[in-house]
Design a protein around this ligand. Sequence first.
Ligand code: NAP
Length: 167
Amino acid sequence: MKKSIMVAVAENQAIGKDNGLVWHLPADLKYFKETTMGHWVIMGRKTFESFGNPLPGRPHIVITRNPDYNAKGHRLAESLQQAFEIAAAENEKEVFVLGGGEIYKHAVDLADMMYVTEVHETFEGDTFFPEIDLSVWQEVSRKDFSADDKNKYAFSFVIYRRRGAGW
Ligand SMILES: NC(=O)c1ccc[n+]([C@@H]2O[C@H](COP(=O)([O-])OP(=O)(O)OC[C@H]3O[C@@H](n4cnc5c(N)ncnc54)[C@H](OP(=O)(O)O)[C@@H]3O)[C@@H](O)[C@H]2O)c1
């Protein structure tokens, strides 16, 4: 099973503030939906709550230390490793780690791929994604987009593969 991270990151590594996103980019929401649809998705309890409602069409695994947490019919895991085991047992071929900051810190050491939306702007944030270590990660694809009527900031869809990963 391929283990992939999906994240949108500002120039200063910010990914969120006050348990929400700090920008609105419809093109990125569309890309996120297309990439993750039908796959098992993993997230920390705070990110799960930040969605409001679970994402349709994607079985969720919520990481929490609270075994009684109500994940609205979705699965619970007590660690990222356990979440990967659950998805693998369900025969998932590519599972997506969707954040947030606490979970990404572990995930960058375990993932095979990263789908990173670079948002070309600096934002005030309280949650950050680690700097990408290019001695560990190889950029395999990049698509750049300018700001437009609907998307206020320029952005890039970048895909990284762990060097030496068999994918
Ligand atoms: N830009 C993006 O792409 C993106 C994506 C996702 C999220 N975000 C943003 O990120 C922020 C949320 O991130 P966050 O770091 O505050 O929270 P988070 O990573 O979503 O969730 C943290 C929670 O996960 C559980 N957890 C974390 N580590 C654990 C471990 N080792 N073992 C067991 N459970 C563990 C704990 O839940 P319990 O407290 O229940 O035990 C912890 O409170 C929001 O602002 C959100 O909008 C941005």
